[in-house]
Design a protein around this ligand. Sequence first.
Ligand SMILES: [Zn+2]
Length: 274
Amino acid sequence: MNIEVLEKNDNRLVFVVSGISIEMVNAIRRIIMTEIPVMAVDEVIILKNDSPLYDEIVAHRLGLIPLKTNLDNYNLPRDCECGGYGCALCQVSLTCEITNTTNKPMVINSGDLNSNDPDIVPVHNEIPILKIDKNSKVIIEAYAILGTGKDHAKFSAVSNCAYRFYPVIEFDESKITKQDEQSLIVKLCPEKLFEISNKKLKLKEDYWRTCTLCKSCEQNSDGKIKVSWKDNTYIFTIESDGVLPFDVLIKKTFEIFLSKIAEFSEKLEEIEIS
Ligand SMILES: [Zn+2]
């Protein structure tokens, strides 16, 4: 297996992976999307809410706030020794008590939540939760736990995770010489990957980065352009809202993958095959 990273920042990771079957790439994608545990608010006690929003809407908004996750210090409630009741090893409290003493309406943001663990805090401090008028008050207690994307979408470790085939476009430029033929192909490519230079049809060098394999060039070239893809090579993209760094995410993915394979072989040994 070979991996080449094309783009990496805090929110986006793009790499080309080759020498791997589509089943394996898809298994990795599914684990990333649904099996990696991350923190999210799961229980809310609203003691005072003077905002115009219903308590249920406030609770929903709190659940959707991405929280930085530390996987080393917390257990999934179902695996915790407290039996999921809620203890310091499986739960974090985020509280907020604010009275608007100013003369104008006030917006309560995610940054106004006080966490009892400085590692588990909102990824962004400017996510608006609600708005209160002057002399109004809000008192909220929220409890965050670890969960997986399989339990609820708010526990998704990534915002997006997808792969696509590595495109290959081949043609002989000496066979596509008519000007109207060339300009039709340039015009029909939705990603604008073709250009005419010195009366010849040229393909951009890094066309494979954005080509969606729509085949509109092939279908309008009278068989002169051939669109295909490389075998066992995929362009993998992961987008994150910042709950987990990519290195932790990838490491955890393979930990889960290997534990699933181990579990499968154990189960297989239990079965008597006659
Ligand atoms: Zn516990």
